[in-house]
Design a binder for this molecule. Structure first.
Ligand SMILES: *[C@@H]1O[C@H](CO)[C@@H](O)[C@H](O)[C@H]1NC(C)=O
Ligand SMILES: *[C@@H]1O[C@H](CO)[C@@H](O)[C@H](O)[C@H]1NC(C)=O
Length: 285
């Protein structure tokens, strides 16, 4: 084992540690907590015009989030193959600084999650970011991306009536961002800003209908469609940001942290062996 091997491993190790420091802030701040993400199969060529267009798109998204809760960009290339489309949407209740922080986190996590893929999308608790080389801007999309139903509360008709009333009020309000609450039941709904008023209404009606039909008497429900989501919780006024985000944030992040930990451990062992090899190799001569 030569010097080159050891320094390569050290580099890897540094990389792994910097990776492991990425998701940790989200554990303490629910706005940045991971909800769902996905990447396209297709990859782009490194150092290609597409890559530089994508980088300027992502920079534009992060900058724009300091003054607007929604924006879309299309970065034209010299050839049609290099065009990249993207948008972000912050949750309607976030302040501009929080929106900017959330989008910056999402963009940096996408860099890890979707390394070199042509398209990627990431939903955090507080914001959504998506980019691709085919346009999806202004296109309504009601594909179910994530469905989560909590444990059933049984036949508590009062709770379910309240839940249905809150969901009904979400459907009956207007706007991209909607909140409703009654008793311990809280609801929230959000459309991506590229939808028209009618499309947003249509998308949310679908999400809310599915929450009622699919989540039955669950104590909470999350229905994320491609361009809108609706969620409710029956667990008390503050259950939303706390218990809720923890429930499905931790699993993924724990696994991630464990994997990173294992990889770092393996790397350390290899470096130690390389070191031993060097010492003994040196003694032998
Ligand atoms: C997107 O990129 C993939 C992979 O490079 C390519 O196969 C596909 O044709 C591209 N789509 C468009 C619309 O350029
Ligand atoms: C994209 O952004 C432009 C400029 O801000 C705006 O005029 C356009 O309506 C947006 N398109 C969509 C689909 O949101």
């Amino acid at each position: 084992m030569g010097r080159t091997t050891s320094s390569t491993l050290l580099l890897t190790l540094t990389f792994l540690f910097s990776l492991s420091s990425l998701p940790s802030p989200s554990l303490s701040d629910s706005t940045d907590a991971f909800v769902i993400g996905g990447c396209t199969q297709e990859k782009y060529v490194q150092d290609s015009p597409y890559e530089s267009n994508l980088n300027s798109l992502l920079t534009s998204l992060v900058n724009s989030a300091t003054y607007s809760s929604y924006n879309n960009y299309t970065i034209m290339g010299s050839s049609t193959q290099d065009v990249v489309y993207g948008l972000y949407q912050c949750r309607g209740d976030l302040s501009m600084p929080d929106c900017a922080t959330c989008v910056a986190r999402a963009v940096s996590q996408l860099g890890v999650l979707c390394a070199q893929t042509c398209g990627g999308a990431l939903q955090l608790q507080g914001c959504y970011v998506k980019y691709d080389n085919t346009t999806f801007l202004g296109v309504e999309d009601k594909t179910v991306v994530l469905k989560k139903c909590g444990p059933s509360v049984g036949y508590d008709t009062d709770a379910m009536n309240l839940r249905d009333a809150v969901l009904g009020s979400l459907a009956g309000t207007s706007g991209l961002y909607r909140v409703g609450g009654s008793g311990n039941v809280q609801g929230v709904a959000q459309c991506v800003g590229d939808l028209s008023v009618e499309e947003c209404q249509d998308c949310l009606s679908e999400a809310i209908g599915r929450l009622k039909s699919d989540c039955g008497t669950a104590d909470y429900g999350d229905m994320f469609l491609a361009k809108c989501y609706a969620r409710y919780t029956t667990g008390g006024p503050h259950a939303y940001s706390k218990a809720h985000s923890d429930k499905y944030t931790n699993d993924g992040e724990k696994t991630f942290a464990i994997i990173v930990g294992i990889l770092a451990g393996v790397a350390l062992v290899i470096i130690f062996l390389a070191f031993l090899g060097k010492v003994f190799g040196g003694n032998g001569k």
